[in-house]
Design a protein around this ligand. Structure first.
Ligand code: MRU
Length: 377
């Protein structure tokens, strides 16, 4: 078992490069991404000069995680506009690049609406492009601010639920600064607990098949000097049975109006384990992840990913061989079931923490009230 305690403390940034940034070199504006498929082996930038490159980066998970997908989608619309691409076409391609994380479509729509409004008002494509960019920048800023507020609400909730302190928190997938303009969602809460001296251990699920936990969350935890331990996803059950988990903290890709939570596949089994073992199961997400147009869990479209992600090892440091570019770990031609997400029903969720406050118990009414609060600001 990889067990990493407090490290050197030299560099507190989760990576040397922000997950995403807008730049305006003399050759023309670009969206620069930290290529997350290459982490933790190397920090490599991916420079998008057109919306098609960004769509590919989204599909390949070079840029990923619900809040950051929203920000990327908004910048993608701005990129299309400033570089003279057909904006409506680009917006449709960006919004459809991945179906489950609602933030992507929300971010795209926000920049698209700003673009349309400015174009209708001024008739000037340059002013419309500037409006789209300013909408993307505003969303980026708001996302960073929301992180801080979610962390504060989440830590207060943890302390309330676990008054003894010394929290041992299990998390799944990756929810830190690699998915956000700020410090993330669930990870930001764990980080706040760590900074307050109240995180005893962060249990990190490796998150098969693309290893966002092992490659990205462990990376962020190490960079922040957190006491963390990596486990295979299927070791979680014995960890609960041993009484080693005080709370589960995860993010969300879409929360239906009834409180059903779509998140990285493997989240639902953790919710079932948590209920059986009487452990709080806490979801942390900005209100933009709550989708009032999706009534319930059954209405959430779950992205199905290619089978080779399961039948081959595709970690970045592994040389290429199989059909998907990785080393085969199953007989050639093996069919794979590879949903990217699963859906946890609201009755298994102890609380949903947003930047506007906490819904607990998780009900449609409580969620609607948090969303209404955000619209008033
Ligand atoms: O397929 P991914 O890596 O984009 O999935 C990401 C997740 O499932 C995260 O847990 C979710 O987006 C919440 S991030 C705050």
């Amino acid at each position: 078992m990889a067990d990493q305690d407090a490290g050197s403390g030299e560099d507190k940034r989760p990576t040397g490069i922000p997950a995403l940034r807008w730049e305006e070199p003399p050759e023309g504006p670009v969206l620069v991404l930290l290529d997350q498929t290459r982490l933790p082996a190397e920090e490599v930038e991916l420079v998008c000069t057109d919306p098609a490159a960004l769509v590919e980066a989204i599909r390949s998970l070079a840029v990923r995680g619900a809040p950051l997908l929203g920000v990327a989608g908004a910048y993608g619309v701005a990129l299309a506009a400033v570089r003279g691409f057909e904006v409506e076409e680009a917006a449709a391609a960006l919004a459809g690049a991945r179906p489950t994380a609602v933030n992507l479509a929300v971010g795209v729509r926000r920049a698209q609406a700003a673009h349309r409004e400015a174009l209708a008002r001024t008739g000037d494509p340059r002013q419309a492009a500037a409006a789209a960019l300013s909408a993307a920048r505003a969303l980026h800023r708001e996302d960073a601010e929301a992180s801080g507020r979610m962390a504060a609400h989440g830590l207060a909730l943890l302390d309330e639920l676990l008054p003894a302190g010394g929290h041992r928190v299990l998390t799944h997938c990756n929810t830190g600064s690699l998915v956000s303009g700020g410090e993330g969602t669930a990870f930001a809460v764990a980080l706040a607990a760590h900074r307050a001296g109240r995180l005893r251990r962060l249990w990190v699920d490796e998150t098969r098949p693309l290893l966002q936990g092992a490659r990205l969350t462990a990376y962020e935890a190490a960079r922040n000097d957190m006491a963390y331990t990596l486990l295979t996803d299927n070791a979680a059950g014995s960890l609960f049975a041993a009484g080693e988990v005080d709370a589960v903290l995860i993010g969300a890709d879409r929360i239906a109006a009834d409180g059903s939570v779509a998140n990285k596949v493997g989240s639902y089994p953790l919710a079932v384990l948590a209920r059986y073992h009487h452990v709080p199961f806490i979801v942390v997400a900005p209100v933009t992840t709550v989708d009032p147009d999706t009534p319930d869990g059954a209405s959430i479209e779950v992205e199905q990913r290619p089978g080779h992600e399961v039948t081959e090892v595709t970690a970045p440091q592994v040389p290429v061989a199989g059909a998907g570019g990785g080393i085969p770990v199953a007989p050639l031609g093996t069919q794979a079931y590879n949903p990217a997400f699963d859906v946890t029903p609201p009755e298994l969720v102890t609380a949903i923490v947003t930047e506007e406050g906490v819904a607990s118990p998780v009900t449609a009414e409580a969620l609607a009230a948090l969303c209404a609060r955000s619209r008033q600001v």
